[in-house]
Ligand binder design. Structure first.
Ligand code: 6PG
Length: 480
């Protein structure tokens, strides 16, 4: 046995991760169900480092030094379960199985329990950054035991992206913590993308700008506090010309957004934790709406009433309005991140994980899809304790929203008046205004609940639960 790490599953992500490991001095055992993929990796990249190819899982396990450590990079769900079982059968107590797929964290909790009962370690590890990240430095979010981290930590540090001199990996917490954090990362990714898409729509349909012009705007925005990977690639996507038609490529792409499930999980989980992740939810719903082909076609056919979906902005005010959109994007983005971190905090409490939010923000600064300049500020806010209650109360972000809010309101109001959808902008603003409301209409809801269901309510002037005999006016309230 010579390999200190192994990779099972050599599709794009797996083979890139294996190469990354080999580039950093690891001896990498590699195995794929169909040997052709293994052969392809060795033929094309075998000279990049030390690989130990195997034709069977037993041979693969035998090629690993103890404690044997194997990273699984196969499809989430049943294929992952199948490989975990094969590995567990061939491995021995103390060995470490790492699932690097986008697995649902509840599955990871279950698997960790099962594998631990067999004396092995199971690590659910979020891997972000796509194929390019896997090869050149991903952001890594491993869960699992402290003991497995001792072996795995140095290996993961050797391949992770580097941000501000630090590797973008940290031990997130026990069992499903890593996949939970990766899930929320993806939810935030959805919100970020939706906010960018709304900004594009306001400029494109609203102001009549073409894709290349808008690409130039995003390029400029990338030099501001919005500096991030997603803004950068947005500019590139908008500048891309279609070879076939000569048009902007974005104009010939079908306007129906796909999704593989992690955004939905983020929202489902938030709902069960009673955490309002409105920005993420609206982003998932917006993708859903884009896919309602039949209803959208019918809406066109029936000309559902509404304004023309153009913004009445005089040309002299156009630049100022584009600035307004930028501020609206930034404020909404802060809200979406605050909500995402709220969900991580609530998840940590519910599942008993000790998650360092500052460390999470730090490892998202490089390698991952949501990497952004402003995560430096986010990590500082959590580190200093300023964001203990919410990111929104850290002075830097509180001030940023205070400065952006007039713009934010103008954008949401103008969009609504002109019939342009801005679900993520608008819901983030409502969330913010709801949060700062001295008194919410929830009092009325409590009254309604008590009326029809005797659900009781609290009083502002007295502790306890109260019920009113509503149908009989004049009757005094009674304590339930
Ligand atoms: C990442 C990405 C990655 C993947 C998403 C896409 O962090 O590298 O999030 O995990 O691109 O799963 O998700 P959708 O297909 O649902 O948009």
């Amino acid at each position: 046995a010579t390999a200190n790490i192994g990779v099972v599953g050599l599709a794009a992500m797996g083979s890139n991760l294996a190469r990354n490991l080999a580039h950093h001095g690891n001896t990498v055992a590699v195995y794929n169900r169909h040997y052709e993929r293994t052969e392809k990796l060795i033929n094309e990249h075998g000279n990049e480092g030390k690989f130990v190819p195997s034709k069977t899982i037993e041979e693969f396990v035998a090629s690993l030094k103890r404690p044997r450590t194997a990273i699984i990079m196969v499809k989430a769900g049943a294929p992952t379960d199948a490989v975990i079982n094969e590995l567990a059968d061939a491995m021995e107590p103390g060995d470490i199985i790492v699932d690097g797929g986008n697995s649902y964290f509840e599955d990871t909790i279950r698997r960790e329990k099962e594998i631990r009962a067999r004396g092995l370690h199971f690590v659910g590890c979020g891997v972000s950054g796509g194929e390019e990240g896997a090869l050149n430095g991903p952001s890594l979010m491993p869960g699992g035991t402290e003991e497995s981290w001792k072996t795995l930590g140095p290996i993961l540090k050797s391949i992770a992206a580097i941000a501000e001199g630090e590797p973008c990996v940290t031990h997130i917490g026990e069992n499903g913590a890593g996949h939970f954090v990766k899930m929320v990362h993806n939810g935030i990714e959805y919100a970020d993308m939706q906010l960018i898409a709304e900004s594009y729509d306001l400029m494109h349909r609203g102001l009549g700008m073409d894709a290349a012009e808008i690409g130039d705007v995003f390029e400029e925005w990338n030099k501001t506090e919005l500096n991030s990977y997603l803004i950068e690639i947005t500019a590139e996507v908008l500048h891309q010309v279609d070879a076939k038609t000569g048009k902007a490529l974005v104009d010939v792409i079908v306007d129906r957004a796909g999704m593989k499930g992690t955004g939905t999980w983020t929202v489902q989980t938030a709902l069960s934790l009673a955490i309002p992740v409105t920005g993420i939810a609206e982003a998932v719903f917006a993708r859903g709406l884009s896919g309602m082909t039949e209803q959208r076609a019918e809406a066109q056919k029936q000309h559902l009433a509404g304004p023309e979906q153009k913004l009445d902005v005089a040309s002299a005010e156009r630049a100022a309005f584009i600035e307004d959109i930028r501020h609206a994007l930034y404020a909404s983005k802060i809200v979406a991140y605050a909500q995402g971190f709220d969900e991580i905090q609530a998840g940590a409490k519910e599942y008993g994980w000790n998650i360092d939010l500052a460390a999470v923000a730090r490892i998202w600064r490089g390698g991952c899809i949501i990497r952004a300049q402003f995560l430096n500020r986010v990590s500082e806010a959590f580190e200093s304790g300023e964001a203990d209650i919410s990111l929104l109360f850290a002075p830097y972000f509180k001030d940023a929203i205070a400065k952006a809010q007039d713009s934010w309101r103008r954008v949401v109001a103008k969009a609504a008046l002109n019939g342009m959808p801005t679900p993520a902008f608008a819901s983030s603003l409502s969330y913010y205004d709801g949060l700062r409301s001295d008194r919410l209409p929830a009092a009325l809801i409590q009254g309604q609940r008590d009326y029809f269901g005797a659900h009781t309510y609290g009083r502002i002037d007295q502790p306890g639960a109260f019920h009113t005999l509503w149908a009989e006016p004049g009757r005094p309230e009674i304590t339930a």
